[in-house]
Design a protein around this ligand. Structure first.
Ligand SMILES: *[C@@H]1O[C@H](CO)[C@@H](O)[C@H](O)[C@H]1NC(C)=O
Ligand SMILES: *[C@@H]1O[C@H](CO)[C@@H](O)[C@H](O)[C@H]1NC(C)=O
Ligand SMILES: *[C@@H]1O[C@H](CO)[C@@H](O)[C@H](O)[C@H]1NC(C)=O
Ligand SMILES: *[C@@H]1O[C@H](CO)[C@@H](O)[C@H](O)[C@H]1NC(C)=O
Ligand SMILES: *[C@@H]1O[C@H](CO)[C@@H](O)[C@H](O)[C@H]1NC(C)=O
Ligand SMILES: *[C@@H]1O[C@H](CO)[C@@H](O)[C@H](O)[C@H]1NC(C)=O
Ligand SMILES: *[C@@H]1O[C@H](CO)[C@@H](O)[C@H](O)[C@H]1NC(C)=O
Ligand SMILES: *[C@@H]1O[C@H](CO)[C@@H](O)[C@H](O)[C@H]1NC(C)=O
Ligand SMILES: *[C@@H]1O[C@H](CO)[C@@H](O)[C@H](O)[C@H]1NC(C)=O
Ligand SMILES: *[C@@H]1O[C@H](CO)[C@@H](O)[C@H](O)[C@H]1NC(C)=O
Length: 546
């Protein structure tokens, strides 16, 4: 009943004030934990809030109210279900329409032909980073508001993220420079211990995520800088690398340090699915590098993995942890993998290639295709992306800019059309300044927390990511898709066949006019619909086979 009353916020009614009052009272009494995991009925619409900096709105959540996604299972026979989010009005608006035996396409229709027998890569998943700054921002909210934030990302009525990336020691989104063993020359790491940021911030967020999620979660960790006493620079930032050579005592200690982090989290019941070897290994070559860093060449990475990291993880019973190489820009492809994976002793430890999106415009997708052709057994995962680096000067957190969401979904569609298996956003949430950060780095995030008012804002980016993470389940396969459109139509799309036999098609229209589409799935029928101006949609239907 509380839920139904909440629905009243969008319906003009003489009783609206009474309704809200009742809803709030009920809600505070029963508390948010009474929300069931996936009852599939009733949902809370967006509380639309417009800011001067945005051309679209954000959805505001607080301790008593937060929007959810309406369920869609089981799918109605002979019908398709689709969700729309648009610059002008919708956030996950659900609609259902019949599948037709023939297309009603006209000359201006964009025709999408799907072949679910034409299978490409399997999806690993979608997610974002639980950095120190994310966890600090989230824990700055009341418990009830935190619960809404975590549920928005992980629960069955939220985006259902499956990936989370976790920083080991300091990163740019930490409030201080630190490592997990500050005792100089403590090569046995007897004084290693997890930090306050781990124990009181990130781990509680991850526990809440596990509690909220129905899907199995995949956590992976990444180091920015080893303890500074292991480095040539003696600092976390600025040009520097680990002292000596792989196989030497400093590199051996670094491998132990990384193993101890994974063991430390395991003791708190947070089990790592994977790790990257080093965040942006090239960054440590830059003289005035402001961020925590550690320089590795492909040769150093190769030798560190085969001499130190791989064997150390195995000795510690952590051989199952998926090691990912690179964790840097696409322009490094395929040269880095050629050096690292060209060595069979290093190759045997490495499961995937992690890529960041920042310089993608400088590097053609051909680099992804080439890498996949050379190393078809290694997955390619986007492990970091964010908006804000290109913001209006002085404005890092602009609330409600639709184009920032479009850039996320365009990147996902384009890059996953070239063998990428998943996409992991950077900070899942930040504070209203776009921090905190000890290097005064400020960025935008899909969720912005305003702790002063105990609220958070779900940005267009949040919904764009959700059109993938929610509906494209892990282990879905990308399937063949042909788009026929005229020169001036710029519809972008990608399609998947899920393990449960449902086809998920994501389309985005970045143009100012609606586009009629006709989806031809030969074994099922035709799905005719309209993609509104400046919108993203996910279409779902049960694949039937003749
Ligand atoms: C949205 O949230 C704000 C802040 O809580 C509130 O003032 C406003 O009434 C809400 N709008 C609706 C439609 O509930
Ligand atoms: C939370 O938001 C709802 C809906 O916008 C509003 O009715 C309610 O008053 C807010 N609660 C608090 C504690 O501000
Ligand atoms: C669909 O893909 C399969 C596998 O690639 C191919 O054999 C088949 O010819 C395709 N069907 C059509 C209609 O193109
Ligand atoms: C561990 O830390 C303690 C307290 O700071 C210090 O006395 C001790 O020397 C350290 N141990 C090593 C091996 O560095
Ligand atoms: C880890 O899980 C076990 C078994 O479920 C439980 O007994 C223990 O208290 C948990 N430990 C922590 C730190 O959460
Ligand atoms: C990958 O994502 C980036 C960022 O949107 C984009 O510049 C690039 O063109 C994308 N697509 C491909 C095919 O690489
Ligand atoms: C927590 O919120 C307060 C305002 O209520 C703010 O001053 C502080 O910077 C916030 N902390 C973080 C880590 O965002
Ligand atoms: C889509 O199909 C319709 C009907 O077959 C056709 O008239 C139209 O030209 C097609 N659109 C494109 C861009 O090929
Ligand atoms: C639908 O796609 C199939 C191939 O999958 C093709 O044979 C058929 O002509 C298409 N129908 C229309 C109306 O375009
Ligand atoms: C095709 O049919 C759908 C569903 O009836 C309708 O909404 C749409 O406007 C039609 N599209 C075209 C291009 O005629």
């Amino acid at each position: 009943m509380g839920r139904k009353s909440q629905g009243g916020v969008t319906q003009p009614s003489v009783n609206i004030q009474m309704c809200l009052l009742v809803a709030v009272v009920i809600f505070s009494l029963v508390s948010t934990s009474s929300q069931s995991k996936n009852d599939g009925e009733g949902y809370f619409p967006c509380n639309k809030t417009q800011f001067a900096s945005g051309d679209s709105f954000v959805c505001q959540c607080n301790s008593t109210y937060c929007d959810t996604i309406e369920g869609y299972l089981p799918l109605l026979a002979d019908h398709f279900t689709y969700y729309t989010s648009s610059k002008a009005s919708d956030r996950f608006a659900k609609r259902i329409a019949p599948i037709s035996a023939k297309s009603n396409a006209s000359a201006s229709t964009v025709n999408l032909t799907i072949n679910t027998s034409d299978l490409y890569q399997k999806v690993l998943g979608f997610g974002g980073a639980v950095t120190d700054s994310m966890a600090l921002s989230v824990k700055n909210l009341s418990a009830a508001t935190q619960n809404h934030l975590i549920r928005s990302y992980y629960s069955a009525d939220g985006l259902e993220y499956t990936f989370s990336r976790i920083n080991i020691g300091t990163c740019d989104f930490s409030k201080r420079p630190y490592s997990l063993c500050e005792s100089e020359n403590d090569f046995a790491l007897t004084n290693f211990s997890l930090a306050d940021e781990d124990i009181n911030y990130k781990i509680p967020v991850l526990h809440a995520a596990m509690e909220a999620s129905v899907r199995p979660l995949k956590f992976f960790c990444t180091q920015w800088s080893p303890p500074k006493w292991m480095k040539t620079s003696g600092t976390y930032r600025y040009r520097g690398q680990v002292i000596g050579e792989p196989g030497g005592k400093y590199y051996k200690t670094l491998a132990l340090y990384l193993a101890k982090f994974i063991e430390g989290y395991a003791k708190h019941n947070v089990s790592m699915w994977g790790m990257t070897i080093q965040n942006e290994p090239w960054a440590g070559a830059i003289k005035d590098q402001p961020n925590a860093c550690n320089y590795m060449t492909p040769q150093l990475e190769r030798d560190f993995v085969k001499r130190d990291l791989g064997p150390t993880l195995e000795e510690h019973g952590l051989g199952h942890v998926n090691i990912m190489m690179l964790d840097d820009q696409r322009f490094e492809l395929p040269d880095w993998p050629v050096v690292v994976l060209g060595d069979s002793e290093a190759e045997k430890y490495i499961k995937g290639i992690a890529v960041h999106w920042y310089w993608d415009k400088e590097a053609p997708t051909l680099k992804l295709d080439l890498t996949n052709n050379l190393f078809p057994d290694k997955f390619i995962l986007y492990t970091e992306a964010c908006e804000g680096t290109s913001a209006t000067p002085g404005v890092k957190v602009d609330l409600g800019v639709w184009a920032r969401g479009e850039r996320f979904s365009q990147s996902i569609i384009e890059n996953m059309s070239h063998w990428v298996t998943g996409w992991v956003d950077w900070n899942m949430a930040l504070n209203i300044q776009g921090g905190p950060s000890w290097i005064a780095h400020k960025l935008n995030a899909p969720i912005i927390v305003d702790a002063e008012y105990d609220v958070f804002y779900k940005q267009p980016m949040f919904y764009h990511l959700g059109h993938f993470s929610k509906f494209v389940l892990p282990d879905s396969s990308r399937v063949g898709l042909k788009i026929d459109q005229s020169e001036d139509q710029k519809l972008e799309a990608i399609s998947f066949l899920r393990p449960d036999g449902i086809v998920a098609l994501v389309v985005i229209n970045v143009q100012e006019d609606p586009i009629p589409i006709s989806i031809n799935h030969s074994t099922t029928g035709f799905l005719d619909a309209i993609v509104p101006a400046r919108s993203i949609q996910t279409y779902l239907w049960k694949a039937t086979h003749s």
